[in-house]
Ligand binder design. Structure first.
Ligand code: FES
Length: 166
């Protein structure tokens, strides 16, 4: 993504933020919509657009688990592993989905690049535990192991929208 594109995105919303630093996150999120992750060039473009150093921007980006500094699968499935979901079997669900996609129990991307499975902290759906979120947009639950398998099958047949807020 170019510096100009990022500026075009953040300039109209600049007045909504207390200071320039607060614009870094919206700029990173916007830059990420292009490829689903950020390259070194994207970080540099965000740095130029916001007026902070690339090192500072990388520090911010690396803090957030939904800002990706390396490529993901076409679809990203985040399994909540916080207390309410854990008590209702999210560990088992997470491992089951990892096994299904052939990735380690730390999460990862399937060999065909279609699906990334990752852990997430509370998604605000505690009353529907255990739950998962797809592409950081759509949260679903309660999710049985069978529901999880069905979800993965569905995601494989549905292409990702062009631009995503991941
Ligand atoms: S603990 Fe899983 S959504 Fe809150």
């Amino acid at each position: 993504m170019t510096v100009e594109e990022i500026r075009e995105h953040i300039d109209p919303i600049r007045h909504e933020y207390a200071d320039g630093k607060s614009l870094i996150l919206p700029a990173l999120k916007f830059a990420q919509t292009e490829k689903g992750h950020l390259t070194r060039e994207d970080l540099q473009a965000v740095a130029e657009a916001t007026g902070y150093s690339a090192a500072y921007i990388e520090g911010v980006a690396s803090f957030y688990d939904r800002i990706y500094l390396k490529p993901n699968g076409t679809r990203v499935v985040s399994v909540c592993v916080t207390l309410s979901c854990m008590l209702r079997g999210s560990d088992e669900l997470f491992e089951h989905l990892c096994d299904r996609e052939g990735v380690s129990h730390h999460g990862g991307t399937s060999e065909d690049g279609a699906i990334t499975i990752q852990e997430a902290q509370c998604l605000g759906y505690c009353d529907r535990a255990p739950c998962v979120q797809v592409d950081a947009e759509e949260t679903q639950g309660p999710m049985s192991l069978e529901d999880g398998e069905r979800l993965l099958d569905e995601l494989r047949t549905n292409p990702r929208p062009d631009r995503l807020w991941r």
